[in-house]
Design a protein around this ligand. Sequence first.
Ligand SMILES: Nc1ncnc2c1ncn2[C@@H]1O[C@H](COP(=O)(O)OP(=O)(O)OP(=O)(O)O)[C@@H](O)[C@H]1O
Length: 288
Amino acid sequence: MTPALGSAPAPGPAPGPAPGSAPAFAAARLRVDDLTVGYPTPGGLVRAVDGVSLTVAPGDALVLLGESGSGKSTVARSVLGLPGRTARVTGRIHLDGTDLTALDERALGRVRGRRIGYLPQDPAGALDPLRRIGPQLVEVLLRHRRAANRRAAGPAAAALLARAGLPDPGRIARSRPHELSGGLRQRAALALALCGDPGLLVADEPTTALDALVQAEVLDLLAALRAEQGLALLLVTHDLAVARRVGGTVAVMRAGRIVETGPAGQVLARPAHPFTAALVAARPGAGR
Ligand SMILES: Nc1ncnc2c1ncn2[C@@H]1O[C@H](COP(=O)(O)OP(=O)(O)OP(=O)(O)O)[C@@H](O)[C@H]1O
């Protein structure tokens, strides 16, 4: 991970220079510059994201860490080109040099799924509950032209399930989502997210619904995909233990801004910003 860029500091005591706040990495897979997202409400414009800049290089991870309502998911949804119909968005989002903010909805649709994979918290949001897993994967593989025909797509789907760490891919392919445990379902959702062979995976609280052991397995799988395939990972979490396990760079968000950014071990062990220190103090042990 390149050092991510921090945004303007939040109100409060000056934290000093944030660890790792170096210039943007030229070869960043994802580069977000001065992103601001507002939503009109009867009471005025709510600024969900306020001047966020960050980079994620191939094989690296950036964890957006913060409490509920700090704007993490809005950053993730904006990268996916889905900030919401009423959103007022300014700033730039570049993926491998392409300015996503300049694309129309049709072109963005091609980027989503193919160049950016999405792993939601709840696999039910990704998987059709009525259909078997295998045909769902086959359909997406064909749509993304990752398989020449249905006959070739079957083995490709099985390979994806294996790549997502699923034992006995044949059985999983024949299963419907409700027949699987939560951990297996999340891995199947990951296989679906990988169908387009994306360079970037956006994962929003991907392990929050899982028990600790399965959570660790899924996070380790994401680490393996980064290491082995150069997948870039943008992961949203409110959980310090998750941020610690993912490693890479942590960007701490508060009230729409990044208040501190740097290597996970450093930020969580020796927070420079009082807000990060308070987060760490509230969860003793999670940062270590
Ligand atoms: N479509 C929308 N319309 C109006 N306000 C929105 C919309 N989406 C998000 N917000 C507001 O933006 C702020 C940030 O929300 P966001 O979901 O990004 O936070 P978060 O850090 O991901 O929190 P959580 O973990 O609870 O989802 C909140 O105040 C939220 O109410």
